[in-house]
Design a protein around this ligand. Structure first.
Ligand SMILES: Cc1cc2nc3c(=O)[nH]c(=O)nc-3n(C[C@H](O)[C@H](O)[C@H](O)COP(=O)(O)OP(=O)(O)OC[C@H]3O[C@@H](n4cnc5c(N)ncnc54)[C@H](O)[C@@H]3O)c2cc1C
Ligand SMILES: *[C@@H]1O[C@H](CO)[C@@H](O)[C@H](O)[C@H]1NC(C)=O
Ligand SMILES: *[C@@H]1O[C@H](CO)[C@@H](O)[C@H](O)[C@H]1NC(C)=O
Ligand SMILES: *[C@@H]1O[C@H](CO)[C@@H](O)[C@H](O)[C@H]1NC(C)=O
Ligand SMILES: *[C@@H]1O[C@H](CO)[C@@H](O)[C@H](O)[C@H]1NC(C)=O
Ligand SMILES: *[C@@H]1O[C@H](CO)[C@@H](O)[C@H](O)[C@H]1NC(C)=O
Length: 513
């Protein structure tokens, strides 16, 4: 055959095209069928972070027959902000979470962290917050009446918060709430008492906190009339570390091939064909979905790059929530010289300066341990993180000398505090709602991110919890709930994920309608 007529040539070309097009379509649809099947039955799920949320999410996937997941964790152990440390002469202390907050009353709802503690025989002891003695710069001074007033004031602002919810009124900050119930602390004693009630729980000041969210958060955990667990706080003194609740839980289902330790995530790419996570050492790992459980602080500080960038509605939510810091400063002495109560409250002229002291050398806790610790929060934590240990230790010693003017206080034999705010794996201790953070922002913070109609990116952790933000049980319930949402989405093939608002609107900005 020499030359085809132009018409025949055209026809031949058309046929070739049709054949290849047909092959392409076939290949595409075959690929799509396979992809869709495996996306529904056996998707590769990358769980970023091995804290409470990541481990409970993985357990939930496993219980639902989705075992093709991989947990990627930067540290050499799981547990995240459940973090223990060996201090002094071999005593295990908790740098992060220490209490089961809210347990159970009768047959009422139980805190899932309390369930884990009981299941794994983790030793916790009731911490009696009324076992407290008061000090100021002149030494021991009894202002327990002022402390009792502060307890009443917190109840009053929690009620005021309830009225604002019921009346559908705008949120205020908790400082405005305190002022409106007539609580305007003017003395160091009143300020220390307020700090102990408020900042010491939320890790933040009343002015930095939402009145409504603080009230709800308190009720959902501690008030049994509002669905809470109980008002009991139990301190873990288990020498295996409080993290045992999660390491033991993981042992029962997690296979070694499902956990990658010592692996820091640098970037997360997501697109039509799936997700790709790149580690600090350059290795890339592909998957179908990502569940990111990194802390709010990590998301706020660009420690992990998202490609493409997270959408505006997600960025606004991330940047509008607050990552607070809660710092425990540990001291070890040969012999106990301090109070016999469980706690001491110190009122300095400066609000938040080394205020709350806890004794571990107590018959209920670790008697004979010689360990005492003091907590600072928020801006004060950031301040001390920037100082050398030596200077912080000498400031703390100065306060102890004020509290115990008649005692010749020896130098501490050991001293330690963690720097949560500067740690690139945390960037703080836990989240707190400011008054400008709305429910719509919260939905956006928690929402999944889709690309090409598929929900590729999911988020869970203490900060995504509406009811229990800040708490271990918030991380637990979110690991469970978000994983269940993912599973629903995966099984349906198509889904809407956790929805978001494209814009969070104020109905009346500055008097315009
Ligand atoms: C000082 C302090 C005291 C607290 N006290 C209490 C308490 O008494 N009671 C209570 O209920 N709650 C308390 N909390 C809060 C509680 O610890 C947290 O709510 C909970 O542990 C958060 O779990 P998570 O899974 O959401 O996050 P995380 O535990 O932060 O888990 C995220 C994981 O991601 C890892 N990660 C981060 N970045 C990367 C990266 N780039 N690559 C790979 N891995 C990465 C981290 O190492 C971490 O393991 C406290 C927290 C702190 C810090
Ligand atoms: C992680 O790194 C530590 C030291 O940094 C090492 O001791 C440990 O074996 C490593 N663990 C794994 C699972 O690679
Ligand atoms: C539980 O813990 C207690 C105290 O740590 C210990 O005495 C006991 O033997 C433990 N029981 C089990 C079943 O592990
Ligand atoms: C919290 O609980 C108290 C007592 O049950 C109630 O009066 C108040 O309205 C509640 N506040 C909020 C914000 O739910
Ligand atoms: C990078 O880290 C991964 C996971 O921890 C490991 O499997 C891989 O061997 C590392 N690659 C290099 C080049 O070190
Ligand atoms: C170490 O701790 C044990 C048990 O708490 C105690 O008996 C011992 O005296 C301590 N030693 C020092 C040097 O503090």
């Amino acid at each position: 055959m020499t030359a085809l007529s132009p018409i025949l040539r055209g026809l031949a070309l058309l046929t070739l095209c049709l054949v290849s097009l047909n092959a392409g379509v076939q290949a595409f649809s075959q690929g799509d069928t396979t992809t869709r099947d495996s996306l529904q039955s056996n998707p590769r799920i990358l769980v970023l972070g091995g804290g409470v949320a990541g481990i409970i999410a993985a357990r939930t996937l496993h219980q639902n027959g989705l075992d093709n997941f991989l947990i990627i964790e930067a540290r050499d152990e799981i547990g995240g902000r459940l973090r223990s440390h060996t201090f002094g002469n071999g005593t295990t202390i908790e740098l992060g979470a220490n209490w089961v907050q809210g347990t159970q009353v009768g047959g009422g709802p139980s805190n899932p962290i309390w369930d884990l503690a009981r299941k794994h025989n983790v030793t916790t002891v009731f911490n009696d917050y009324s076992s407290i003695i008061t000090y100021d710069e002149a030494g021991p001074v009894d202002y327990i009446d002022v402390v009792d007033d502060a307890v009443d004031n917190l109840d009053k602002i929690t009620e005021l918060a309830g009225e604002r919810v019921a009346g559908n009124l705008v949120d205020l900050n908790a400082r405005a709430g305190y002022s409106l119930v007539g609580a305007k602390p003017q003395s160091p004693h009143a300020r220390a008492a307020e700090y102990w009630n408020f900042d010491w729980e939320y890790g933040d000041t009343p002015s930095g906190s939402s009145l409504v969210a603080a009230g709800l958060n308190n009720n959902f955990t501690f008030d049994t009339d509002q669905g809470g667990f109980s008002d009991e706080n139990r301190l873990s003194i288990d020498q295996r570390g409080f993290k045992t609740i999660i390491t033991e839980e993981a042992k029962a289902f997690l296979r070694p091939s499902q956990l990658l330790l010592n692996s820091t995530v640098k970037s997360v790419r997501y697109g039509n064909s799936g997700v790709q996570v790149t580690l600090a050492n350059g290795t890339s790992i592909s998957g179908d979905y990502v569940l990111c459980t990194f802390s709010l602080g990590v998301l706020q500080n660009d420690d992990v790059e998202f490609d493409p960038e997270l959408p505006d509605w997600k960025m606004e939510a991330i940047q509008s929530l607050t990552m607070t810091t809660y710092t425990k400063i540990f001291l070890k002495y040969e012999r106990k010289f301090w109070f016999d109560t469980e706690m001491g409250l110190y009122a300095d002229k400066e609000r938040g300066r080394y205020p709350v002291w806890q004794s571990l050398d107590h018959p209920k806790f670790l008697q004979g341990s010689g360990i005492l610790f003091v907590t600072v929060t928020g801006q004060y934590s950031e301040r001390i993180e920037a100082l050398p240990d030596r200077q912080v230790q000498s400031e703390v010693m100065g306060v102890l000398r004020s509290m115990f003017p008649k005692t010749d206080i020896p130098p501490a034999s050991d001293f330690f505090f963690p720097r949560w705010h500067s740690d690139p794996l945390y960037r703080g201790s836990y989240s707190n709602w400011p008054a400008s953070f709305t429910r719509d922002h919260h939905d956006n913070f928690r929402a999944s991110v889709s690309v090409g109609g598929r929900e590729r990116l999911w988020f869970a952790g203490e900060a995504t919890s509406f009811k229990y933000f800040g708490f271990l049980h918030g991380a637990y319930t979110e690991g469970l709930d978000v994983a269940q949402e993912m599973i629903k989405c995966i099984r349906r093939g198509q889904c809407t994920g956790l929805s978001h608002f494209d814009e969070v609107r104020n109905v009346h900005p500055y008097g315009t309608n």
